[in-house]
Design a protein around this ligand. Structure first.
Ligand code: BMA
Length: 376
């Protein structure tokens, strides 16, 4: 009897181990397309060897240029495109033809197809307007999240917005008609209170319900199976703070955080301290939950330090296992006269150091991504 019990225990243990390992092997969408599953697995293995370097809006514009085919500030400086490309859907919900930063959605689709053909990775964020008030993503109002949950007064409106997002995502096809995998970064920076979906603007439970509704709508109603779902906070203090709004392991593929060297962390030492703290915590959380960890957004606006890339950023990031790290957009001069850029352009003070960063074996740019054959 004793022997039988221990054998039974062993079997149960084996089944459990297989189930847990299985959960880590596959994205949360059990009908994910072949390319999506393969990308997911590659991201897991890359995280031990280096990280994909990404840049938001890389192909659309840079400092002092816009919509020049083939151009990229990353390529102008290093000779290569990034390995990962971030795009933004804000205003697609309104049926507009260009996003909130002026990038036409038609062009965006072309850039996405072009990058995918080169073996690059696509991630998409969505600064959707406030569905309750019609204000921007940065204009919170009490009750907004509750209003779009099933049964809420703006639920139908929200669903119609998701339909527009789904139409965009469903139209992304590779050369053989296969859907292009996309890392969808829903409700980003959700621990801060600057967006209507974040921080004190709703309860964790409301956000979690919204997250689950959104994922199941896109996956089960719109039948999109080319998506990996990324959950990301801004800077955070504790593991509990990162997990506070986490919708559960069965709803998330990738966990991340955003961090900028700005305002209260303008000094390198302060940045490194905050960066290391969050990288260490995220790495632990991701491991415990069987998720891929990533630095979903970072940047030092204006890059005033000529050795920031290899003196500050890289040595810190290298100690941890992130699958990718994405710099925010090179907007250049904005309508209000303010400047914004997070990767150098030729002649910028950190350009030579960015080339050293590019040459480091742990930073993956386009040719590394192509060699990895991420979709095979
Ligand atoms: C912000 C800034 C804004 C931009 C927004 C959405 O961080 O770059 O200029 O409109 O992201 O892309």
């Amino acid at each position: 009897m004793g022997k039988f019990l221990s054998l039974a225990h062993c079997l149960v243990f084996l089944i459990l181990v297989t189930a847990v390992a299985g959960a880590q092997d596959l994205p949360i969408d059990r009908q994910a397309t072949r390319e999506t599953v393969l990308l997911y697995r590659h991201l897991q293995t890359i995280a031990g060897r280096g990280f994909l370097f990404g840049h938001q809006d890389d192909l659309a514009y840079g400092v002092n240029w816009k919509y020049i085919p083939g151009r990229s500030d990353v390529k102008d400086v290093t000779g290569e495109y990034p390995a990962l490309y971030g795009w933004e859907l804000g205003r697609i919900e309104l049926g507009q033809s260009a996003n909130l930063d002026g990038v036409p959605f038609g062009l965006m689709k072309d850039y996405i197809r072009e990058a995918y053909r080169r073996g690059g990775v696509i991630t998409i964020s969505w600064h959707l307007n406030n569905p309750l008030t019609g204000g921007t993503a940065w204009q919170p109002a009490p009750g907004t999240v509750a209003s779009i949950l099933p049964g809420g007064e703006k639920h139908k409106l929200y669903v119609s917005w998701l339909d527009r997002v789904a139409a965009f995502l469903g139209d992304l096809k590779g050369p053989n008609g296969e859907p292009i995998p996309v890392i969808l970064r829903l409700f980003h920076e959700l621990n801060g209170s600057w967006f209507w979906w974040g921080g004190k603007n709703c309860t964790p439970d409301e956000l979690q319900r919204l997250w689950r509704f959104t994922v199941s709508y896109l996956r089960d109603e719109k039948h999109l199976h080319n998506l990996l779902y990324a959950y990301n906070t801004d800077r955070f203090l504790t593991e509990a703070a990162w997990l506070e709004r986490y919708p559960g392991d069965e709803w998330v593929d990738i966990g991340g955080f955003d961090i900028y060297q700005a305002y209260d962390i303008i000094k390198n030492e302060d940045y490194v301290r905050a960066f290391e703290h969050d990288l260490g915590l995220l790495e632990g959380i991701a491991k415990a939950h069987g998720k891929i960890a990533a630095l979903t957004e970072f940047g030092y606006n204006g890059l005033p330090d000529s050795s920031w890339w290899t003196g500050v950023f890289l040595p810190t990031l290298k100690k941890y296992h992130m699958a990718y790290a994405m710099a925010w957009r090179n907007a250049g001069e904005k309508p209000g006269g303010e400047h914004e850029f997070y990767v150098p352009y030729p002649g910028q003070v950190s350009a030579a150091d960015f080339v050293r960063f590019f040459r480091d074996p742990q930073t993956f740019f386009q040719s590394d991504a192509t060699k990895e054959n991420l979709y095979r």
